[in-house]
Design a binder for this molecule. Structure first.
Ligand code: SF4
Length: 410
């Protein structure tokens, strides 16, 4: 059962757009920052004409400084408003709730060279009988596109470990924004050529600039003894990051914040800023049924010696650490560093596609992944998607509407 026609399209400028009645405006994704913006209804037609190069200017400068990256302005002069509501938050009276998913995370493989302690995807991974064929990849791509997301994230496992990454990109290119999530551990020249050819935004995972901490959280999997001899995760990730930056590719660093890394976030931000990174995504480790004990140990509400966090830190180390990051941005990095903080407080706000093509989300009762449509697991109806996924939480996640940010920017 097809869900709808794909009404996402790539404009003449390369910016991907979709109108959304539920949102009350238009969504726009640019590969240069890897960010999605919501564009107020009153401005949408003018912005669309500008993106299609039919009009010289949009109605406000902020559109040029955000969606104009890479084609309308030199790439190094963008600004990164938080939240990603344009032209400004005053134009949006409520948290928008889109009719259709903004972003779909597609696990094109369950294979991964790492075995992170917190792996949110472990329950979808390392099952060889679920690995898709090239034909299945093409079929799943069409189903995803029928939901009209603005962005598809190729993830896993590590998508660079899939023999079908090029097939997946070819199926999506020119029809939707593409992001690739990777540890960078096995990044090679042919991957970089693919990223450039398909206008991909790359997100590389680095949790800490301290090797002992990063590599303890992100050890190399013992399933691949030959790979282990290549070295540790941090060295590989930094090398992949620098190669992407040198090649002028669009790269975001993403960091999973845990008790161990929370205090190291600001120094890490400094290092990334000095390296020339313009986009940093930080998120709280997500609970998954397969790694619940690891999650509790890494997030926890207790210190390592068993004492409960008290007072302002009762929720653990996150709020304080994230506030420090925001202060550092305001004082040092300013608008030259886009920062997204994802709290993962609404686990059912994501749309995930498993390697075998089933559409799922994280259960909000701690039961692991749940199907979006029990009757049509691989071809979900939009009505079923909307009834299972928290669409407001979905918008909040991808438009950077997080409580601490709201406070920091008020
Ligand atoms: S790199 Fe990602 S998929 Fe692989 S083990 Fe780590 S968290 Fe899981």
């Amino acid at each position: 059962m097809a869900v709808s026609k794909n009404d996402t399209r790539v404009t003449q400028s390369g910016v991907v757009i979709r109108n959304d009645a539920g949102l009350g405006g238009m969504l726009g994704f640019t590969q240069y920052s890897g960010l999605v913006y919501a564009i107020a209804q009153d401005d949408a037609q003018g912005v669309l004409n500008w993106l299609d190069r039919k009009q010289e200017h949009p109605s406000a400068q902020i559109y040029i400084s955000t969606l104009g990256m890479g084609w309308s302005i030199p790439q190094l002069k963008p600004v990164y408003p938080i939240p990603q509501l344009l032209p400004d938050t005053r134009s949006w009276s409520v948290v928008p709730s889109p009719d259709k998913p903004i972003l779909v995370n597609w696990f094109i493989t369950g294979r991964c060279p790492l075995a992170c302690k917190y792996c949110y995807a472990e329950d979808l991974m390392r099952k060889e009988d679920l690995e898709p064929t090239a034909a299945q990849i093409s079929e799943t791509a069409e189903t995803i596109l029928s939901l009209s997301p603005v962005v598809v994230v190729l993830t896993g496992g590590d998508p660079l470990f899939s023999p079908h990454i090029a097939t997946a990109m070819r199926s999506l290119t020119g029809r939707v924004g593409i992001i690739v999530d990777t540890s960078g551990y096995t990044m090679r020249d042919h991957h970089m050529r693919l990223f450039a050819e398909h206008g991909v935004s790359i997100r590389i995972s680095i949790d800490s600039q301290v090797p002992r901490i990063n590599d303890a959280q992100r050890p190399v999997s013992s399933l691949y003894p030959k790979l282990v001899s290549r070295g540790h995760a941090l060295d590989a990730a930094m090398e992949a990051l620098c190669r992407c930056l040198d090649a002028g590719l669009n790269v975001t660093v993403q960091t999973v914040a845990t008790k161990r890394t929370a205090n190291d976030l600001v120094p890490l931000g400094d290092t990334l800023f000095r390296l020339g990174v313009h986009s940093w995504r930080i998120f709280k480790v997500a609970p998954s049924q397969a790694s619940l004990s690891g999650y509790q140990r890494l997030v926890g509400t207790h210190t390592d010696d068993g004492r409960a966090y008290k007072g302002k830190r009762a929720k653990g180390p996150y709020e304080h650490a994230f506030a420090q990051v925001l202060l550092a941005r305001a004082a040092q990095w300013k608008n030259q560093l886009a920062i997204q903080v994802t709290y993962n407080e609404s686990p059912n706000s994501v749309v995930l596609v498993s390697p075998d093509g089933r559409f799922v989300t994280e259960s909000n009762t701690g039961k692991g992944k749940v199907l979006l449509d029990n009757l049509h697991p691989k071809l979900p109806r939009l009505s079923a998607v909307r009834s299972v996924v928290d669409m407001s939480g979905h918008a909040a996640r991808y438009l950077n509407l997080t409580t601490p940010f709201e406070r920091a920017n008020s």
